[in-house]
Ligand binder design. Structure first.
Ligand code: PDD
Length: 278
């Protein structure tokens, strides 16, 4: 596999990063995951806008323009012959001797690589995913797509131990989001409910695209927090992310959602998103 490291395109075994990289030592970095379908980047402009925002929020600077980043991602897709999968990008503040304070002239580290993965025809679309409810143990700036993912790793570990596929994180009785996805429920009268953007969640790029498509299609969207009880008794539930697009949730904490099968609003959202992606 060819990967990108600070302007160079290299075989993966030739791409080396310092053990003093602040991403490694402090989790001082930002990442993005963008889907690839039929060799094309999906929602690329949204991911680049969020990357710029995250980097700005930590007082960093991108070493190259987002146009150059997108060109590099496209080159990786071609060189690695990716039809369907993901492009991972990681920015860190750079490498120097360990010190919480960083030098102002530090050169950032920028890495990109591709992962081949089936995204469209996956079993989850027919079967649905199982979700486990866990406490949200993250910090108060979840709007920044930071590489500090230990709370999410532990949340997924708990979910897996319970035989589930994803964790929905809870704060003050309300769902914030999935460990790596945006959370939605559908009410008995067909309204799509998802939490509004704030520092409490990551502003999902797929979320933005899906909500716009839903509204254009005349579906009713309600941006507000929803409780664990409301989720468990919802008509439908689903999640969105770059690595899943839109997938249904058929069980929450071992209880079936609705009749336990993917519902019509989910199917509509998935169809709208996939149609728009091509
Ligand atoms: N995760 N919320 C969290 C906490 C996430 O980590 C993600 C994405 C999302 C969905 O965002 P988007 O639609 O822009 O992918 C919501 C990526 C896929 C990951 O960590 O692999």
């Amino acid at each position: 596999r060819i990967v990108y490291l600070n302007g160079a395109f290299l075989p993966e075994h030739e791409a080396h990063i310092s053990i003093f990289d602040r991403g490694f030592l402090f989790g001082d970095g930002i990442y993005e995951v963008t889907a690839v379908l039929e060799g094309k980047l999906i929602d690329s402009a949204l991911h680049m806008a969020r990357l710029e925002r995250s980097v700005r929020e930590i007082g960093g600077h991108l070493p190259v323009s987002t146009d150059e980043i997108v060109a590099a991602e496209k080159r990786l897709i071609v060189e690695n012959n990716i039809q369907e999968g993901l492009v991972y990008l990681q920015y860190t503040r750079g490498a120097e001797d360990r010190n919480f304070f960083y030098s102002d002239d530090l050169e950032p580290t920028l890495v990109m690589f591709t992962q081949a993965k089936t995204l469209e025809h996956v079993a989850a679309v027919e079967k649905g995913l199982k979700v486990k409810i866990v406490p949200d143990q993250r910090w108060e700036r979840r709007d920044i797509k930071s590489v500090c993912l230990l709370p999410q790793v532990l949340a997924k570990r708990t979910a897996k131990a319970a035989g589930c596929d994803e964790a929905w994180m809870v704060e003050d009785g309300f769902i914030t989001e999935g460990a790596s996805s945006t959370a939605y429920i559908v009410t008995a009268d067909g309204r799509i409910v998802t939490r509004g953007n704030s520092n409490a969640i990551l502003p999902g790029c797929t979320r933005l695209a899906v909500l716009q498509l839903a509204e254009e299609a005349g579906l009713v969207v309600e941006e507000r927090p929803f409780s664990v009880e409301e989720a468990i008794s919802a008509q439908e539930a689903c999640l969105t992310s770059a690595s899943n697009f839109v997938v249904p949730i058929t069980s929450i904490d071992g209880k079936p959602v609705g009749d336990g099968t993917p519902g019509p609003i989910f199917k509509r959202l998935r169809a709208l998103y996939m149609e728009n992606a091509r």
